[in-house]
Design a binder for this molecule. Sequence first.
Ligand code: URP
Ligand code: ZN
Ligand code: ZN
Ligand code: ZN
Length: 510
Amino acid sequence: VSESNQFCEAGIGYTECGASPYSPSKILIKGGTVVNAHHQEIADVYVEDGIIVAVKPNIKVGDEVTVLDATGKFVMPGGIDPHTHLAMEFMGTETIDDFFSGQAAALAGGTTMHIDFVIPVNGSPSAGFDAYVEKAKKSCMDYGFHMAITKWDEAVSREMEIMVKEKGINSFKFFLAYKGSLMISDELLLEGLKKCKSLGALAMVHAENGDAVFEGQKRMIELGITGPEGHALSRPPVLEGEATSRAIRLAGFVNTPLYIVHVMSIDAMDEIADARKSGQRVIGEPVASGLVLDDSGLWDPEFKTASKFVMSPPIRAPGHGKALQGGLSTGILQLVGTDHCAFNSTQKAFGIDDFRKIPNGVNGIEERMHLVWDTMVESGQISISDYVRLTSTECARIFNIYPRKGAILVGSDADIIILNPNSSFEISATSHHSRSDTNVYDGRKGKGKVEVTISRGRVVWENGQLNIAPGTGKYIEMPPFGYLFDGIGKADSNYLSSLRAPVKRFKATT
Ligand code: URP
Ligand code: ZN
Ligand code: ZN
Ligand code: ZN
């Protein structure tokens, strides 16, 4: 075993680190169907030193090149998860997956990049950024950052500018829920939207009415409903619809693009559909849990089982998930995330007597690619090119890193997966790579299996084995003014020229 041994983590499922993660790699992927968001063809893909250098049939190479046979399989861009929370301090604890274990799980499931949410420290984006730079030092795959905005003053406004101009951040998340911690007011949201617009940064919102959620929680406690089902009952879809509508209308008023994270209900999706029909630039991101699960787990008599499904907005009643799938296949919704925010059963037990204290969040970073394939492609709802768009390419486009990421093109980063449509997957809390002792998809089986993951030009997942080392992942800077900003100023000048000249009034003379 190579000198990379020192990096192997013992005891958490990583067996061999055969090749040094630092050796330059030459890989030829032969005979697969190469799928991009707009095109597919049977071709070979040749990779050198982390970059795709050729995509064409019948590439010939020498003996020093590692050859992978992809005949009968799909060769696709690695997944990009737009929504994760690794090593996040939240609700009195910290998510159980850090930047190593969370990324290990991602790679085992075919995701090769994720964008994590930096939480400011005492409201300071810069201090939050510094803290996350430290957390991310153990990364083993590429990652980017969004920044949450949790308070407003001149310093925050200035630091947002630094984040965009110097730190590679091009998106900011505003929480309309979590009253008393992350939640912000409409006044702050407006300031934030204006600032985002001026910086060419994308505003993102967690859309639930936090004041009404607070009221709903009080109702449940008064009724004596303290278990996990109280979580869903206290924050019904109408509160998600209201906040989605409000955020969309305020973004329209400011005329800046808006990204709605974790769209969980028909109510929220309908607001997004209406806005898009009227020409507004709104992006809707459903997450794996909202697409394939329903709320029945929250009523499980075992607290350990029920509590693992607690996330916000809640996983909804049957029907919402299927509708969200339809939203993806018809273009109302544009990409799929996970909101991977894993807590183990000990952490979830903080809320054994009061659902308000159950840390909110579910896993998904390892499962997303398989779940979307099985649920959407196997069922015939979307094409394989659509699959690539929804799991990878559209995220890269929105966050302005396409075609470096999200494509199998000459010059793109070699983040590649090989998926075998005739193989199958089975999800289990005992074999997954997350550090959590539970999995909301436990026992789920389906068709299609990511057999190989290539990250930064190295084979990191093959034959069910990870070959990874902390410190090998790179921070991906994301430039501002992505495609959602193209031509947006036209609407502003049209608006200004549509205003009539001020009415001249003469003071009455006596
Ligand atoms: O329950 C959730 N979603 N936890 C993570 C924080 C957030 O709101 O995204
Ligand atoms: Zn080793
Ligand atoms: Zn959220
Ligand atoms: Zn989240």
